[in-house]
Design a protein around this ligand. Structure first.
Ligand SMILES: [Zn+2]
Length: 289
């Protein structure tokens, strides 16, 4: 799933390629992707793309005051096309869900982008709204971890009374926006914190480590994503523990372990993060009891 760094890279890319161009046409190949009906997507035709930005993991294309907001979810992706075919994609066939045709000027009618979704889980979502706050997922977003306003004190305030496990807090979009399963694993490893530790139990020193790790891991990932030819491959390459269970920890050499968490699993290093003690798999121990 694309998280803050990958979505930021897509924003930068679209700022470069799409801003200044005019929408020629939008093809909706999967009706379930489009979550809004007013204003209609046909209303985008003839309007200039004036900006691209991000709200957490949501991509927001400003088209002369209308906002095409995209949430890529687990299996969605955005593909830039220098040469789009004029024939619309067949509805319900293949991974293409939405296609946006852009023109730069007279005679140029071929570039644009496809929103695609692999697999059967249909979670990719697009919204056309007059104000991004009309998108429920954006309205309830917490602060952005790379925002200058998100200071160490702001994080202290956030964790102070929160009894949830720190792994859960980092992934909760209403508490901090843009971090998912992969970067929360990386941040906790860099901060040398147990993912199961209740947020409210963090010492001042640990909160400082968490803050520094969050800024460092995300800033570094954004920098790498910006220069990447393949965002997904670059994301995987930069991971120290996430997706690396069974491999040696690059910091201490201990074997990276996986343990179930919420709807999936998390990866961590026991030596770096839990004083050498492997975390008990609660789901498994429940079954064995
Ligand atoms: Zn380690």
């Amino acid at each position: 799933m694309p998280e803050l760094p990958e979505v930021q890279a897509l924003v930068d890319f679209l700022t470069d390629r799409a801003v200044g161009r005019v929408v020629a046409r939008v093809d909706v190949a999967s009706i379930s992707v489009l979550k809004t009906f007013d204003p209609p997507v046909t209303g985008l035709a003839g309007l200039e793309v004036s900006g691209a930005t991000r709200h957490g993991k949501f991509l927001d294309l400003d088209v002369s005051g209308l906002h095409l907001v995209i949430h890529l979810a687990r299996a969605g992706w955005l593909h830039w096309r220098d040469a789009l075919p004029p024939v619309p994609p067949k509805p319900g066939k293949g991974p293409i869900a939405l296609r946006v045709h852009l023109v730069a000027g007279e005679g140029d009618g071929k570039s644009g982008f496809d929103l695609t979704e692999a697999g059967t889980q249909k979670k990719l979502a697009a919204y056309l709204v007059r104000n991004p706050m009309e998108v429920p997922g954006i309205a309830r977003l917490g602060p952005d971890p790379l925002d200058a306003a998100f200071t160490l004190d702001a994080l202290r305030e956030l964790v102070r009374t929160d009894r949830s496990q720190i792994k859960g807090l980092l992934r909760d979009q209403s508490k901090i926006a843009g971090i998912g399963n992969a970067y929360s694993d990386e941040i906790l490893h860099a901060a040398r914190l147990s993912p199961f530790k209740p947020a409210a139990n963090l010492s001042d020193e640990e909160t400082q480590s968490l803050y520094d790790a969050m800024r460092e891991v995300l800033t570094d990932a954004v920098t790498r994503a910006r220069g990447a030819g393949d965002l997904k491959a670059e994301k995987k390459l930069g991971m120290r523990v996430h997706g690396r269970a069974g491999q040696p920890c690059p910091v201490c050499g201990d074997t990276v372990r996986a343990v179930s968490f919420a709807d999936s699993s998390l990866d961590y290093c026991a030596t770096c993060q839990t004083g050498g003690k492997p975390l008990a798999d609660r789901r498994l121990s429940k079954l064995l009891r």
